[in-house]
Design a protein around this ligand. Sequence first.
Ligand code: SAH
Length: 352
Amino acid sequence: TVSMELAKKDIRALSKEALQDFFIAQGQQAYRAAQVYQWLWSKGVHDFDKMTNLSKDTRLLLDSHFTINHIAVDQQQRSKDGTFKNAIKLHDNRIVESVLIPAKDRTTACVSSQVGCSLDCKFCATSQLERMRNLNVDEIFDQVVAIDHQSRTYFDIPLSNIVFMGMGEPLMNYNNVLGAIEKITSPEGLGMASKRITLSTSGIPKLIRKMADDGVKFNLAVSLHSAIQSTREKIMPFSIKFPIDELLSSLEYWYEATQRMVTIEFIVWKGINDNLEEVRALVNFCRKFPSKVNLIEYNPIGDDTFMQATKEAMSMYQNKLTAARIINTIRRSRGKDIDAACGQLANKALKN
Ligand code: SAH
């Protein structure tokens, strides 16, 4: 009946131990849990019937108790530069976006962590959407499986890198993002290397400290965009609650604990942070701990408050950073023609 269907639990919400308990309670052997777990988290199977080392009866048993919620690639667009943008439909019909970015000998998945975003960065298209909910562990995991599949299909190589730079603020969905990374990296899951994963945050000091305490092995990028508190508050209003001094000390703490360099993401805008005082503040900030700076090309989101700075302003940043011996690169935009570029993932279909 319909009410039975609704009562079925998503099997991927269960830990391996809970799955073992289920099999034992059903008079079956506990090792079945390991087999099912492998189908779910290593092979990414979405159908009990594909679990071919289980008997027909066991498959029916699972099917009568559980569902396997999963994502579906709803729409796919390919950019002239090879970038793929996927509109991903979740089991409750909400949409997020994931991007596959190919480079010469690697591919990167840009994945989402929330439907909409908790924060309110003025320059970001996602912030114009209402935050609806956090993504579950399996919804984050499935994006990686889907993009890995595309990478193998279109570029003949497995997915090599993952960045949490899609929709949402990953640290506002801390447990599920770390839970997904666990499944992505563990040998029982996809077995990808943690060092190929980068979590990008707008900078929430106490959660940066928590990651350090939790001993995470992936890389950290911080969207700074200004090292001057008054400027940052204007472009990222939530940062009133998270002052730059606290952000700085949390990054020093991160480095102490992990010994891993932090990437500072920095967009340079005309009339906002394209002046010498801003560059000096950035240099001082970056001197406090090992870091490298990604200068990001801005992708306009259809509002003229924010405009890409001139080439001269970008060169000024590069020169001053290089003179201060701070590693820096300019991150060129990819997938612009299909709105797959950084910060453009606002899902036009939904907005219209
Ligand atoms: N919330 C996280 C991750 C998602 S945003 C964070 O803030 O880091 C990923 C990156 O895209 C951030 O550095 C963000 O500042 C940047 N970004 C947002 N809108 C952009 C735009 N229109 N053009 C270029 N980069 C943008």
